[in-house]
Design a protein around this ligand. Structure first.
Ligand SMILES: [Zn+2]
Ligand SMILES: [Zn+2]
Ligand SMILES: [Zn+2]
Ligand SMILES: [Zn+2]
Ligand SMILES: [Zn+2]
Ligand SMILES: [Zn+2]
Ligand SMILES: [Zn+2]
Ligand SMILES: [Zn+2]
Length: 345
């Protein structure tokens, strides 16, 4: 597969398309919120695992935004301050990109910059896009039920006592998704469910403590992130497996054919033709890796054959019928993901 490298305004080096799942993005505040598939990565040795969502990487250099009609906003790395003037969030320096007006010192983080006007299907559709900072602290968001506090912007119409968090207006009350085709999922406040209800997202495993999408009939949960940017239903990546891999929207226990690890309740992709199952984090693993503890290049293999015993890193047994890595002197590595966690993206 040809690796496409492209120079985009957001990053100093050319970026190439990624074929793996990732849990953070350099371009926005996406961290510890589940995972997304694909996007772009930087392969330059100066950058240690610089990753971007596709839409963050492709952020235009300049935008016009309804929150600041006076001037265009320019994509700026490390602006003078790290507070977003729309959502009020003080980002840490690890979220370095903002849309910034240097004339007025107006600052918008990339996720607020991308928010379109409210979708027409929502009850809150006729509320203004941004409203001046409100003063009361006893109001509740009409979508998630959590309080709205002073010092932030909301969709609001105080005369009708209606408020909605900026991030909540994009969640529709009911969604029909291919991951659960028989019933719609409803936007549900987690605390309203019984203690034994499934609160972990079926696709990414993240537990939703505030709001989530839920099917009461099937006790089926999805987190907001997976509903908003769902993983692909089908992945084609010939280096991982020769056939299409299909998302299994159920968490089961299985042994991964790439890394050979047996785990319970992991999210996986399945080949419908040959019963091959792969962790989603094992899709797109590099076929050749170099680790400090071993002098040779290590190659990924799907079937080892009889006669080899323990993993050269963790010393646990390697199963001959499952994936593992091997080097020319027959060192085996049982958990390829551990080896590739750092530095390999
Ligand atoms: Zn992003
Ligand atoms: Zn913001
Ligand atoms: Zn301005
Ligand atoms: Zn809310
Ligand atoms: Zn999820
Ligand atoms: Zn259902
Ligand atoms: Zn695996
Ligand atoms: Zn297959």
């Amino acid at each position: 597969m040809a690796i496409l490298s492209i120079k985009l305004p957001i990053h100093i080096h050319p970026l190439s398309l990624s074929f793996r799942f990732h849990d953070r993005c350099e371009g926005c505040s996406f961290r510890n919120q589940g995972e997304y598939y694909g996007g772009y990565r930087c392969n330059d040795s100066d950058c240690n695992r610089v990753l971007f969502h596709k839409e963050c990487a492709e952020s235009p250099l300049e935008i016009n935004h309804p929150s600041h009609p006076e001037h265009p906003l320019r994509l700026t790395e490390r602006p003078p301050r790290y507070e977003c003037d729309i959502c009020g969030i003080h980002h840490l320096a690890d979220v370095p990109y903002f849309y910034h007006c240097s004339i007025c010192d107006f600052n918008v983080d990339t996720s607020c910059a991308r928010k379109p006007p409210p979708p027409p299907t929502h009850d809150f559709q006729d509320l203004p896009f941004v409203f001046p900072k409100i003063s009361g602290i006893y109001n509740c968001c009409g979508v998630c039920g959590h309080s709205v506090v002073a010092g932030k912007y909301y969709y609001s119409l105080p005369s009708r006592d209606q408020y909605a968090h900026l991030e909540c207006i994009y969640h529709e009350k009911k969604v029909n998704l291919p991951f659960h085709p028989n019933h719609p999922l409803e936007l549900t406040i987690s605390k309203s469910l019984p203690d034994d209800a499934e609160k972990a997202c079926v696709l990414c495993g993240v537990r939703s403590e505030i709001v989530m999408y839920y099917c009461l009939i099937c006790d089926f949960s999805m987190c907001l992130n997976c509903v908003r940017s769902p993983p692909p239903l089908v992945i084609e990546h010939s280096n991982t497996h020769e056939h299409h891999l299909t998302l299994l929207s159920r968490r089961i226990s299985f042994t991964c054919n790439v890394c050979g690890m047996h785990e319970d309740g992991q999210v996986s992709y399945l080949c419908l033709q040959c019963d091959v199952m792969v962790h989603r984090s094992c899709i797109g693993l590099p076929h050749v890796i170099i680790i400090n503890r071993h002098v040779h290049r290590i190659t990924l293999t799907n079937h080892i054959g009889p006669g080899y015993s323990d993993c050269g890193v963790c010393r646990r047994p390697v199963n001959q019928f499952h994936g593992a890595s091997f080097a020319p002197n027959m060192l085996f590595i049982r958990n390829v993901q551990q080896v590739t966690t750092f530095g390999m993206g």
